[in-house]
Design a protein around this ligand. Structure first.
Ligand code: G
Ligand code: G
Ligand code: MN
Ligand code: NA
Length: 253
């Protein structure tokens, strides 16, 4: 494949970087969370999506290396932001292969200790596709992460990749409503009904709800009206590199 050789090179040179997207609490309007997103800008190939990076990396058998780089770099950057006064949480995406790694929780725990980050400040995002195969194995890793004190979010909720069965079977703290339900929220009555129901369901299950991909004030207002806890999307900010998120946080708190 066109990506295999450049990606292998990038993995050995740590040629990636991370972007951070704010999550804004709707009661306080404070930025109470950041999601970390993997970025790779190759001078020849351009910008490659994280989906592609992760699937090729898994194929190359180098996922553990990439995951370790993501977690270490994300927590090092998070420690810097915390030192500058940020008190919110950091959300890190986990890939399917991560949940087959029995050393994952231990690795996370060590990295948290290195940077003196309280475990409860870190949220790990998973999708149904990460647990659908080898469910018992995945559940074990997730339980270990929970026992350490970190939190879990079910990402892309409502799509084929995240279903109701997993709400019951996984120790989840948060639901992230997929962008596909948000896109037409201002005009589509069906989407409004779906989103309202997801928020109500989440609250009845004592889960926090974050809406993703919010781009307009109209969408934000509908979500606020339904009691959505936090909003992430271009309406507030696109994903920002470390120096940009530092100034964003200084300006907005
Ligand atoms: O930021 P962007 O919309 O390009 O990200 C697309 C998707 O790629 C995200 O929704 C997320 O699920 C996945 N993704 C982004 N960064 C990471 C990462 O660091 N690790 C994993 N496993 N997935 C990521
Ligand atoms: O983890 P997940 O795959 O849901 O990551 C969210 C992705 O969506 C990120 O890749 C991010 O760049 C992208 N994104 C974030 N906010 C918006 C938005 O408001 N609109 C659109 N179109 N994409 C967004
Ligand atoms: Mn995510
Ligand atoms: Na998503």
């Amino acid at each position: 494949l066109r990506l295999e050789i450049p990606l292998r090179e990038a993995l050995h040179q740590n040629a990636f970087h991370l972007a951070f997207q704010p999550q804004v609490d709707q009661q306080t309007t404070l930025t109470t969370g950041l999601e970390v997103l993997l970025r790779w800008d190759n001078p020849i190939l351009g910008s490659i999506s994280p989906y592609e990076i992760i699937s090729v990396t898994e194929h190359l058998g180098l996922m553990d290396r990439l995951t370790q780089w993501i977690i270490q770099t994300a927590l090092r950057n998070f420690a810097q932001l915390r030192q500058a006064g940020f008190q919110g949480s950091l959300s890190i995406n986990l890939a399917p292969n991560n949940l087959r790694d029995p050393h994952l929780a231990g690795f996370i725990s060590n990295a948290l200790a290195v940077w003196s980050i309280p475990a409860e400040k870190v949220i790990f995002e998973i999708t149904e596709s990460a647990v659908i195969e080898e469910f018992e194995m995945a559940l074990k890793q997730l339980q270990q992460i929970k026992e350490m004190g970190s939190r879990l979010a079910l990402d892309d909720f409502g799509t084929g990749y995240s279903s109701l069965a997993y709400l019951k079977r996984l120790p989840i703290d948060e639901l992230k409503i997929d962008r596909s339900f948000i896109m037409n929220l201002a005009t589509d009555a069906d989407d409004r009904a779906i989103v309202q129901s997801i928020i109500e369901l989440a609250h009845r299950l004592q889960l926090n709800v974050v809406a993703e991909g919010v781009e307009t004030a109209a969408e934000k207002e509908v979500l606020q009206h339904f009691g959505c806890n936090a909003i992430q999307g271009f309406y507030y900010s696109k994903p920002l590199i470390l120096s940009e998120i530092q100034s964003y946080l200084q300006q907005r708190a």
